[in-house]
Design a binder for this molecule. Structure first.
Ligand code: 4AD
Ligand code: MG
Length: 430
């Protein structure tokens, strides 16, 4: 008899098999017990019928508590009506470990209760589905850049200086000097793209975001491609294909998980290039209809992004933001130096920014000038300025936030469920 994974049950219809797992749920109709078993690869309903098993096995029902680990033996049957599609007619159950008073019940729990038990909450069916979609998206990201001829270059986590401003830096001691957890690998990718042309990094990044929102994590994963000789239009075109590819992969390989999450597919299925594109100035005009006090030059907040992104069915590309609200490295638009050659992409359905990117300032003098305006410690960025001294070329790149993308694709209410162990404002447990 074979030990199988629940995901392979369909191959064993009519056969006796064994599954190593946990009890997810149970109910009884007196002479028939229904056990929902999970083994990490899937969920299946096991049916225990009085008279078809030894009384000893039938009577184990009371003892097998939720999340008790067990090895269960039985015959696989097809069951088209069941959400699990396959069923197990139980022959024997072996209790491995009895779980006592598992805290997560069938009923709805509040987030204040669930977050401190994230280590257990991960076992719940919805969380299980989200993590599997997360994994598919990570694989899709790697496959996309692989097939496009990019080289993976790992950026350091410990850095001597800021990339995205000094207000959200996590500081640490580095042998008596100050070091910071990386906010972005971009500056290092700019160096690497001069060596390899098309590069990307993909790793955790850190921001001490002092705001408590459904879109911000203190630790999140970002993928950052950077391309030598690429313009703003080039990276917009890549982003459109990139986002489309990610969505297609999830639709192709994670249908069941999307169903568990009750994620409507209609809008996801429409995602394909080209995406709608507007400038910041055009966006401000649209915003004024809903927020009459909004002035040109202000940065968009969450409510503004939500409003703009609900005006379209596809992700929305917004270009050319005011220079004043964007990072020092962005290149001004030669046609209007008050704005920079940048783009943000807002996910539809009200999800807001998932991508931020730009063309980079490639002129030594102009970059230096910009850094001085920002009162940056120029000495710390000498290496970065070097890139503009030795064969400088136009180059562009962007960053996509993994958890924001998961949030949208899974249609989650809050970003905390998009990462296994979220780091939230003042919360770092477990
Ligand atoms: O727009 P951001 O700050 O851009 C950069 O960091 C650039 N250096 C990227 C580049 O050009 N290489 O961040 C990029 C993306 C955002 O669009 C968002 O999806 C995500 O990172 N992000 C966050 N996700 C979760 N929690 C936070 N606190 C985030 N901050 C940014
Ligand atoms: Mg941004």
């Amino acid at each position: 008899m074979e030990k199988i994974d629940i995901k392979d049950a369909y191959k064993f219809v009519g056969k006796e098999i064994e599954i190593e797992g946990w009890l997810y749920n149970k109910r009884s109709k007196g002479k028939v017990h229904f056990l929902i078993i999970r083994d990490g690869t899937g969920f299946i309903q096991a049916v225990v019928v009085k008279g078809e098993v030894e009384d000893r096995v039938f009577d184990m029902y009371d003892e097998i508590s939720q999340e008790s680990s067990l090895v269960i033996r039985g015959v696989v049957r097809e069951d088209r009506r069941s959400p699990y599609k396959y069923e197990l007619s139980v022959k024997n159950i072996e209790l491995v470990h009895k779980a006592i008073d598992y805290p997560i019940q069938k009923k709805e729990h509040g987030i204040g209760f669930l977050l401190p038990i994230r280590h257990l909450w991960l076992r719940s069916r919805k969380q299980w589905a989200i993590m599997r979609i997360r994994y598919e998206i990570i694989k899709a990201i790697r496959d996309f850049f692989d097939k496009e001829g990019f080289i993976l270059i790992d950026a350091p986590i410990l850095t001597p200086s800021a990339c995205e401003g000094t207000t959200t830096l996590f500081e640490t001691d580095y042998f008596g000097d100050k070091a910071y957890l990386s906010q972005s690998g971009q500056l290092y990718m700019e160096a690497a793209c001069m060596a390899h042309k098309k590069v990307y990094c993909f790793g955790p990044t850190f921001r001490a975001e002092k705001s408590k929102t459904r879109r911000h994590l203190m630790e999140f994963w970002m993928v950052e491609p950077e391309i030598a000789y690429a313009t703003l239009d080039d990276i917009i075109e890549i982003s459109e294909r990139f986002i489309t590819y990610i969505v297609e992969r999830v639709l192709e390989n994670k249908r069941e998980e999307l169903k568990i999450l009750e994620r409507p597919l209609e809008l996801l299925e429409k995602i394909s290039p080209p995406f709608p594109k507007i400038t910041y100035s055009e966006a401000v005009k649209k915003l004024k209809e809903k927020f009459p006090d909004f002035e040109w030059g202000e940065d968009f907040g969450a409510p503004h992004e939500t409003y703009l992104s609900t005006l379209y069915e596809k992700p929305l590309v917004i270009t050319r933001y005011p220079k004043k609200i964007k990072a020092f490295y962005m290149k001004p638009d030669p046609e209007n130096p008050d704005v920079v050659l940048c783009m943000d992409i807002l996910a539809p359905e009200g999800y807001g920014e998932i991508i931020g990117g730009s063309e980079r300032e490639d002129n030594y003098e102009k970059l230096l000038q910009r850094m001085k305006e920002e009162k940056m410690p120029v000495e710390d960025y000498k290496w970065y300025l070097d890139l503009r001294k030795y064969g400088s070329v136009p180059h562009s790149g962007f960053g996509l936030g993994l958890e924001r993308t998961i949030c949208w694709i899974c249609k989650l209410e809050h970003i905390r469920e998009a990462i296994p162990f979220p780091r939230l404002l003042e919360k770092i447990y477990p």
